[in-house]
Design a binder for this molecule. Structure first.
Ligand SMILES: Cc1cc2nc3c(=O)[nH]c(=O)nc-3n(C[C@H](O)[C@H](O)[C@H](O)COP(=O)(O)OP(=O)(O)OC[C@H]3O[C@@H](n4cnc5c(N)ncnc54)[C@H](O)[C@@H]3O)c2cc1C
Length: 426
């Protein structure tokens, strides 16, 4: 019979913050906290990510994001942007959006908006590799790659007798991690959010995104383009590979049935279908990669915070990709949460306390709700076959196209240029 002392006790490792989820948002948050001096654990289910040298191949990866100038500034603040720029990013100075059902069209340009670029299209793997470069090897970061979560244990029921402020994460190999603040950055299907008992409001958009990469006969000319075809936004996002500006990343948000049909086409037939649906604006599609499908469900957590616990990024809100805002909003969550937490930590206040975390929630929830609502509105407006609505949206788009001051306001919204990057990150 074993006595207590003969059983190997699981070791407890203590940190000032634990982040679960090493996607773009969790890793950016980790870098922000570590660079401010906090001791952080980063728990990620996947093995260590690719290095910057291996983050790209000749054909751009299918998962890309349109990063706003504000996200770019945050990534610059973290030291990640120069490496991303060196690896592969594609700036765009123009945007065209049109209604394939009518004559409505609206164009935006960086000149009109008074900015150098409207944004950059970047492969997610490039952003993640550059962020990881900032955290792996950092003296304040302990990464746990390939780690699986078993349980979240709250201060009210600690796994051992010691009393402490904060919660415990139990990994499936028995290791116990403790911190006054645990942050879920584990994406849309967050297991940690579920363990914490935070509910989400879900809105199935009854669409799937079909994603691929194409080469077009004409150059993209540094513009991001999106057509609304029967309420199904089809985006051709510019990508430049070693000076070749004929590549585009495709996101077609469409009905699940249509997505299934598209993904069963041969690559050549898919390319032809995409080119025609796009009205051959960039000429014929001359090459097309495989299609990938992503179901589109908007979700919003009912709360972002609990004592010693916070949600960021897709774990807090999951948004339709038509305006390319998901990771941009998530990076702003990271910046605001880091500002509140670091501020408390620096003055010796308890940084995992609800009052500190509530300030983060108050500062982020409104922006995120507004964007989720806007995406829902777009879907209703552009999905409608009502002739009055079709006319109104076409007149609205064309009319708005003449109104430079109004367009400037819209552009500031789309580029994230409303001065919301926290002071600590400027
Ligand atoms: C088709 C499409 C196009 C998009 N385009 C854009 C765009 O142009 N611009 C934009 O801003 N956004 C865009 N988005 C949204 C964007 O991709 C997401 O908002 C962003 O990836 C969310 O990042 P995240 O770090 O919060 O979550 P994720 O990227 O989902 O990362 C979560 C991480 O947590 C890890 N994880 C999960 N569970 C566990 C666990 N139990 N334990 C440990 N680790 C775990 C995962 O392995 C993953 O690494 C698009 C989305 C789609 C579907």
């Amino acid at each position: 019979m074993h006595t207590d002392s003969s059983i190997a006790k699981p070791s407890v490792e203590s940190f000032e913050a634990i982040i679960v989820g090493g996607g773009m948002v969790g890793t950016a948050l980790c870098a922000l906290l570590a660079q401010a001096g906090m001791q952080v654990a980063l728990v990620e289910a996947k093995p260590a990510p690719l290095s910057l040298e291996n983050a790209t191949s000749q054909l751009p990866a299918p998962r890309v994001s349109a990063l706003t100038p504000v996200s770019q500034r945050l990534l610059t603040h973290l030291g990640a942007w120069p490496a991303m720029q060196k690896t592969r990013v594609t700036p765009y100075q123009g945007m065209q959006v049109w209604d394939a059902e009518g004559s409505g069209e609206i164009t935006f340009s960086a000149d009109e908006a008074g900015v150098a670029v409207l944004g950059h299209i970047v492969e997610n793997a490039v952003t993640l590799a550059a962020l990881n470069h900032q955290v792996v090897g950092h003296p304040n970061v302990t990464p746990f790659f390939g780690a699986r979560l078993q349980a979240l244990q709250r201060a009210s029921s600690p796994p051992s007798k010691q009393a402490s402020s904060g919660d415990w994460l139990i990994l499936d190999d028995g290791r116990q991690l403790h911190a006054p603040l645990i942050i879920a950055a584990d994406g849309a299907h967050s297991v940690l959010r579920e363990m914490a008992g935070i509910e989400v409001a879900s809105d199935d958009m009854q669409q799937e995104a079909v994603v691929t990469t194409v080469t077009c006969a004409k150059s993209h000319g540094g513009a991001a383009r999106q057509a609304f075809i029967d309420g199904r936004p089809l985006a051709f996002l510019p990508l430049t590979v070693e000076g070749n500006d004929h590549y585009c990343s495709i996101v077609w948000s469409t009905t699940p049935e249509h997505a299934a049909e598209l993904s069963e086409l041969s690559q050549q037939a898919l390319g032809e279908t995409l080119g025609e649906a796009f009205g051959l604006r960039l000429g014929e599609v001359t090459a097309c990669d495989k299609a990938h499908r992503f179901p589109l469900v908007q979700r919003h957590a009912r709360h972002y915070v609990q004592p010693h616990f916070a949600l960021v990024g897709d774990a807090a809100h999951n948004i339709h990709p038509l305006a390319g805002q998901g990771v941009n909003l998530g990076l702003m969550d990271a910046a605001v949460l880091a500002e509140e937490v670091v501020h408390a930590w620096q003055r010796g206040a308890p940084w995992g306390e609800l009052s500190t975390l509530k300030r983060y929630e108050r500062r982020r929830r409104f922006d995120n709700s507004a964007m989720l609502g806007l995406m829902k509105g777009f879907k209703v407006l552009f999905g409608s076959h009502d002739p009055a609505l079709t006319l109104a949206r076409n007149l609205g788009m064309s009319g708005m196209n003449q109104l430079v001051p109004l367009k400037r306001v819209l552009m500031r919204q789309a580029t994230g240029e409303r001065g919301r990057l926290p002071l600590s990150c400027r």
